[in-house]
Design a protein around this ligand. Structure first.
Ligand SMILES: NC(=O)C1=CN([C@@H]2O[C@H](COP(=O)(O)OP(=O)(O)OC[C@H]3O[C@@H](n4cnc5c(N)ncnc54)[C@H](OP(=O)(O)O)[C@@H]3O)[C@@H](O)[C@H]2O)[C@H](O)CC1
Ligand SMILES: [K+]
Length: 486
């Protein structure tokens, strides 16, 4: 088992995401350089705007804190370069001393902070609130930003809570969010991910000592987070990994999809266990798939460590199977029927390695209460002591040790029945290849997303779950190429 990422990584991983609290810790550690950092932030934001836009009439809306200071620096730079730039202030007297200092350098008239003014400009830069936003968005800010024709955010669109991606008021969509050092979880979490626009993250020369002061626990899912097993000259089917599934009577398609996915993504052997009555029907499947007709005998084989339990199984049957698998201490991925069986009694899942609920299944297992999806997934992983793959447009992969990856590498084309079974099969294959459950789950979600994108391209945006399966090998290859480039 390999861990390529640890909570105590000595430097900030390129895919780490920083919460507002972690940003504050980092800023405190860099307090001697904070003015330079603000100048760098404003300079980099101005550079990104120049790279992406032709001169246009810009209004920079500055808040009372350092987010506003970044805005004032970028306004001065663009103005010095001949761009038609104006500044408006939410509060005439900023609360941050640095922002006051940057304001003192701005000698053009200040535009009144009213929606009518926002309307007059081609583009409004939202430098109102960033990491320091701590309560609901004032009504006047909502009205002002809503009135703008186009918007760019510095750090985050004002009103977006940086850790959870929730809205603290009516938030207007931006076409770009320019952030510094590392993005925030909110940039990739629903609902914020839909309104952040293009995410541009700038290096602001944060001192190494400050980078070392934070220990992030959230990452943007990407091949730099995990290490896929490579092919070796002495590989054989058992070394590559064996995946076993239990297939039921009414929905054999689900087990077939999981099995096909596990085979296509590289498992050495995949076997579906069913009953003597059903086995003949299952055998009319792919030639390379092995069908067994007795669970108890199959469980005795020590080479069959990884088991998928749930796809296509009614909940009572899934429960009976799960009990046996847990008894034999198998490495289990529980999905679908197995999750329904445990609804209301989480102890039934104790001992599984990975669960893959969608939002509805998750809510039946772990009542959300006032927790956000992110926090709920983190605490669920700790409570169950298993990896939680909370599926959605922003799939969250949480480990019991507190590590979390957020996946945005997916496609709306995956929103069809059967793609969940495909994902479960991919996790099974990677787990059987020797990966750590969290890394296997992160890699599987990414490879599944990549295959979804490739299948969508091939089939005009409307692929079937079966089409996603056919792209899994190529998609794994894309991940391997990306891993090599790191
Ligand atoms: N490391 C980095 O990435 C750097 C980022 N920089 C920029 O700094 C901001 C964070 O600056 P900070 O001053 O901590 O916070 P904000 O500018 O977001 O806002 C704080 C002020 O806003 C008031 N506030 C907060 N919420 C509201 C609200 N809903 N309504 C009204 N006022 C609000 C808050 O007031 P208090 O009453 O709570 O004190 C503050 O006055 C980061 O986002 C980056 O843009 C640095 O420039 C460089 C390093
Ligand atoms: K902002």
């Amino acid at each position: 088992m390999s861990h390529s990422l640890s909570l105590s990584a000595p430097i900030l991983h390129p895919r780490a995401l920083l919460t507002p609290a972690e940003t504050r810790e980092m800023d405190q550690a860099a307090s001697l350089n904070i003015e330079d950092l603000m100048v760098n932030a404003g300079t980099m934001a101005a550079r990104i705007i120049r790279q992406n836009y032709k001169p246009l009439k810009i209004l920079v809306a500055c808040g009372p804190g350092n987010n506003g200071g970044d805005g004032l620096v970028l306004a001065s730079i663009l103005k010095n370069q001949g761009w038609p730039v104006s500044v408006t202030l939410l509060k005439s007297e900023p609360s941050s001393y640095l922002t006051k200092k940057m304001l003192a350098k701005w000698d053009d008239p200040i535009i009144p902070f009213v929606p009518e003014e926002a309307k007059r400009f081609d583009l409004v830069i939202d430098a109102l609130f960033g990491a320091g936003m701590n309560r609901a968005l004032p009504h006047i800010v909502e009205k002002f930003l809503e009135a703008a024709k186009r918007r760019i955010a510095i750090d985050l669109p004002s009103g977006v809570e940086g850790e959870t991606g929730l809205f603290m008021g009516k938030v207007a969509p931006c076409e770009m969010s320019i952030c510094f050092v590392r993005p925030r979880p909110a940039h990739y979490l629903s609902p914020a991910l839909k309104i952040c626009g293009k995410i541009k993250c700038a290096d602001i020369a944060m001192p190494t000592s400050a980078l070392k002061a934070v220990s992030p626990h959230i990452w943007h899912n990407d091949p730099s987070l995990w290490q896929l097993p490579t092919q070796h000259f002495d590989d054989h089917k058992y070394k590559r990994g064996v995946v076993s599934l239990v297939g039921g009577k009414d929905m054999p398609g689900a087990a077939h999809l999981s099995a096909a996915a596990a085979r296509r993504v590289g498992a050495g052997m995949v076997r579906i266990v069913t009953s003597p009555e059903e086995a003949p029907y299952y055998r009319i499947g792919s030639a390379g798939l092995i069908i067994d007709d007795d669970l108890d005998t199959s469980l005795e084989d020590p080479r069959r460590e990884v088991w998928i339990c749930g796809p296509g199984l009614p909940h009572q049957k899934a429960g009976n199977v799960l009990k046996k698998l847990l008894d034999k201490r198998k490495s289990i991925i529980a999905d679908a029927g197995a999750l329904s069986w445990a609804a209301g009694d989480l102890s039934r899942l104790k001992g599984v390695k990975v669960i893959t609920p969608h939002a509805g299944e998750f809510a039946r297992l772990f009542p959300l209460g006032d927790k956000t999806r992110l926090k709920a997934a983190i605490s669920a992983a700790k409570e169950l002591d298993s990896v939680i793959v909370l599926k959605g447009e922003d799939t969250i992969i949480a480990a019991p040790d507190g590590r979390v990856a957020i996946n945005s590498h997916a496609s709306t084309a995956l929103a069809t029945a059967g793609t969940g079974d495909v994902l479960t099969g991919v996790i099974g294959a990677l787990l059987s290849g020797g990966m750590h459950p969290w890394e296997a789950s992160c890699a599987a979600v990414w490879i599944h997303g990549q295959a979804g994108q490739m299948a969508a391209k091939e089939y005009g945006g409307w692929p079937l779950a079966e089409d996603v399966v056919t792209f899994l090998g190529k998609s794994r290859h894309v991940a391997e190429q990306k891993m090599k480039k790191q």
